[in-house]
Design a protein around this ligand. Structure first.
Ligand code: GLU
Length: 459
């Protein structure tokens, strides 16, 4: 997985090397040298911080919990990115996710660099008190490298506003008298968080999909229909007809994206399947998403797994295997769970023509290539799931000014920012031989490289 990001960065640099309008002052050997420097700067993290947190469990046993904070690049501003609590966390994964944050922030003009944290635990195996201690220890061990203008963590898989509240409070205790509101984002509203932050990633994912397939395509229908572009072909085929959608993951991102699709009156969506770590819930006529949300809110976030559970909430659906969601006959697949969900063992069975990456890196490198060659349009993670970090930026700004926006203002700012990125990327993408992911990377790499050059960092 790590290799994929690096490969696409390299391919972007190769394309830019050939582009004579890009850094025209650099010619000949100097140009070759500068591009080598860029490749090594952008593919390597600035710092990999690793600690073994000492945690006294409630049963009296003391355990060591491995924890990371990777700071990839701060060319555009303080490091920024979530902290993940999951049993599959490892150094390579966190490094790759930090790199994706650098590219994501550059793509959407969010003035942050890229970072990511991870703790190797299965949160469900720990009591609330133990999780609180893990959060406090994380901040104690990494207290020197975190801060409002240094590195600003946020929620990710397995963490939420509860953990950010705990962490910010610990940061404040360790650094008395120093600014602390901007040290963490994704906090609860009462604790200085932003309205709309919790929903931001899922709303952004759906907004991106709707904007591309509805607003942009309708506005540009004439010139799109003249060409021979994969996106145009798929998108024109999606106009003004009922579209089926399956959403993998029913957590903070998937459930919000599913609800946005369900209630959207610009497009005729039918969310026919959603899944979590246990099951797929399926109804070819469309699922009752508000009903499912009612169920999950009473069951620790889990979807119903039996007919009886469905009946109790008056839900009409079938229960299928967890992974069968991916291979259903649907128009659109939204991947909002974990990495590497589509790989060479299941890619040939994927039937959707459009895939939206709500999670980070949910498709392996070879599967991505297979799908792109087949003509499947993939809306990549750094484009689609940036809603979280965009509203984190708004939270960070509001914390500085101690002036807060209302929820409608937040969504307006979020959609404006995403629309600006899409309006920049989509016309560029049209008529271009590269897939959308490559286009997004080229855009980010262009920005980062230009700044590195202007700051004199390539000598
Ligand atoms: N964890 C989220 C992401 O991967 C949000 C990061 C943030 O808000 O800093 O984009």
């Amino acid at each position: 997985m790590e290799k994929k990001t690096e490969d696409i960065i390299q391919q972007s640099l190769n394309a830019l090397l050939e582009d004579e309008n890009f850094l025209p002052d650099l010619q000949g050997d100097t140009r070759q040298q500068a591009f080598k420097s860029l490749a090594s700067i952008l593919s390597t993290p600035n710092h990999i911080n690793k600690s073994f947190l000492r945690i006294a469990l409630e049963n009296g046993q003391v355990v060591r919990v491995p924890a990371f904070r990777v700071q990839h690049n701060n060319t555009l501003g303080p490091y920024k990115g979530g902290i993940r609590f999951h049993e599959s966390v490892n150094e390579d994964e966190v490094s790759n996710l930090a790199k994706l944050m650098t590219l994501k922030n550059a793509l959407h003009e969010v003035p942050f660099g890229g970072g990511k944290g991870g703790v190797i635990i299965k949160p469900r195996d720990y009591s609330t008190k133990e999780l609180n201690l893990i959060c406090k220890k994380y901040v104690q061990y990494f207290s020197d490298i975190i801060g409002t203008d240094k590195d600003i963590p946020a929620p990710d898989v397995g963490t939420s506003e509860r953990e950010m509240d705990w962490m910010m409070a610990e940061y404040k205790t360790i650094h008395p008298g120093q600014p602390y509101r901007g040290s963490f984002t994704g906090k609860s509203v009462i604790n200085g968080g932003s309205l709309g932050r919790r929903e931001a990633t899922g709303k952004g994912v759906y907004f991106c999909y709707r904007y591309m397939l509805h607003n942009f395509v309708k506005e540009n229908q004439n010139w799109l229909s003249e060409g021979d572009n994969i996106f145009a072909k798929t998108a024109l085929g999606y106009i003004d007809r009922p579209l089926t959608m399956a959403v993998q993951g029913f957590g903070n991102v998937g459930s919000v994206a599913a609800m946005e699709a369900y209630k959207c009156n610009h497009m005729q969506n039918k969310v026919v399947a959603v899944s979590d770590q246990n099951v797929t819930v399926y109804n070819s006529e469309g699922l009752d998403i508000p009903g499912l949300l009612k169920y999950t809110s009473k069951h620790d976030g889990d979807l119903p797994t039996t007919k009886d559970a469905l009946e109790e909430y008056d839900l009409k659906a079938d229960i299928l295997d967890r992974d069968s969601l991916l291979t259903l006959e649907v128009d659109t697949l939204v991947l909002a769970a974990l990495e590497d969900q589509i790989h060479m063992n299941n890619v040939e069975d994927i039937k959707a023509n459009m895939i939206v990456e709500g999670a980070n890196a949910p498709i392996t490198e070879d599967a991505d290539q297979f799908l792109s060659e087949k003509g499947v349009v993939i809306i990549p993670d750094i484009l689609a799931n940036a809603g979280g970090v965009i509203v984190s930026y708004l939270e960070w700004m509001q914390g500085r000014e101690t002036q807060f926006y209302n929820e409608d203002e937040i969504y307006e700012l979020l959609y404006d920012k995403m629309q600006h990125t899409l309006d920049t990327i989509l016309p560029q993408f049209y008529g271009d031989p590269f897939p959308l992911r490559q286009n997004c990377y080229i855009h980010s790499v262009t920005k980062l490289s230009t700044i590195l050059y202007r700051q004199g960092k390539l000598y």
